[in-house]
Write a protein that binds this ligand. Structure first.
Ligand code: ADP
Ligand code: MG
Length: 340
């Protein structure tokens, strides 16, 4: 397909091309793109977060489709809003683009952004556009809202609370290991990548979805987490954040950590330990939260939520009980340094 060099367009034409498909869908978006600043209106508490994604540091364009990258840039921010038990409503998007980029490439990236906006029901209300000398740079800021009494911080976990996790863990990390292996093979030996049969772990890495559904589910069950965090760095270090801020200990059980069978298979193929990948891999964007013990019977019946352990007194430490009944102290790097 013919590519339109960005040098043929002025800055304003480019911004117009990026923003022309916006249709505001939230009443809280009073004024979106087109003025000096966006105007938002809320009765609730406002929740806001931002993330920077830099080429070569956070993503590799040799194997990342731009459309997926646009989707992921929105998802990782929406995930932080969801982790506060808040509802995401707006995003701002700033991009720095270098000379390699054509209008068609930006459009592909924006397709992913708009797809995510539709999925999460958020409005793109502003941003900034610049040229870059250091690769593709993306910064997304997300805005959301919640009633004060619904907000969940990291510091509210109490002794005897249940530790719960959504979905499954470790797949995003193994997706990345697979992509890196295939890239290295291609660069060294010219072997064409073979990614067939690995759709799930690749999608978990390239196109993660934020768990905005969990707030609705918990509300329906009339449950409010005592503490919550999204799993971006890995179960181990994110659980430690909850324990540190709540001044508690914890016990989790290795055999309760949810891991998809395709994740197990890839771990085996790459000679990695699947539990280690789930504990330390990161980028799963699932939610990790604690609930009062009374929620046990209700939560047990939810297929999307897994009970993996409980909160203890801080004196008891932060422990993983292994399948062979060993007690292993959780560390930010997990209990077994990454192999491979
Ligand atoms: P300013 O000079 O005030 O920074 P700009 O010319 O950069 O304004 O932007 C014009 C309008 O387009 C603003 O409303 C801004 O928020 C919006 N905008 C610019 N770049 C983007 C982008 N990448 N995504 C969404 N909105 C953008
Ligand atoms: Mg600007």
């Amino acid at each position: 397909m013919a590519q339109t060099p960005l040098s043929n367009l002025g800055e304003f034409t480019l911004i117009h091309e990026i923003t022309k498909h916006i249709e505001l869908q939230n009443a809280s978006s009073v004024k979106g793109v087109g003025d000096d600043a966006a105007v938002l209106a809320f009765d609730d508490k406002i929740v806001t977060t931002t993330d920077l994604l830099l080429e070569g540091i956070h993503f590799d364009l040799t194997y990342t489709p731009l459309k997926h990258l646009g989707y992921k840039a929105v998802s990782v921010n929406v995930s932080d809003i969801a982790a506060m038990n808040a509802t995401p409503t707006q995003i701002l998007l700033s991009i720095g683009v270098d000379k390699r980029f054509s209008l068609e490439m930006i459009e592909e990236f924006m397709q992913g952004v708009y797809f995510a906006c539709e999925k999460y029901k958020v409005d793109l209300v502003g941003g900034d556009t610049s040229s870059s000398l250091t690769g593709f740079c993306i910064s997304v800021t997300a805005v959301g809202h919640a009633k004060e009494e619904k907000l969940c911080y990291r510091n509210g976990a109490k002794e005897n609370d249940l530790i719960c996790v959504t979905g499954d863990l470790g797949a995003a990390y193994l997706g990345l290991q697979l992509l890196e292996r295939e890239k290295a093979l291609f660069e060294k030996e010219g072997v064409q990548p073979d990614l067939s049969g690995h759709d799930y772990i690749l999608e978990r890495q390239l196109k993660p979805t934020a768990r905005t559904d969990i707030k609705t589910l918990l509300q329906k069950l009339q449950l409010r987490p005592t503490a919550m965090i999204d799993i971006s760095d890995g179960l181990s270090s994110d659980l430690l954040h909850i324990c540190e801020q709540s001044q508690t200990g914890c016990v989790i059980y290795e055999d309760k950590i949810p891991i998809d069978f395709t994740t197990y298979n890839m771990a085996e193929e790459l000679n990695l330990n699947a539990t280690t990948c789930a504990l330390n891999g990161g980028e799963d964007y699932e939610l990790l939260f604690t609930l009062p013990l009374e929620a046990h019977d209700v939560i047990r019946q939810m297929p999307e939520i897994h009970l993996i352990g409980h909160i203890t007194d801080t004196q008891k430490g932060r422990i993983l009980q292994s399948r062979s009944d060993e007690e292993i102290t959780l560390t930010a790097q997990g209990w077994n340094p990454m192999k491979g």
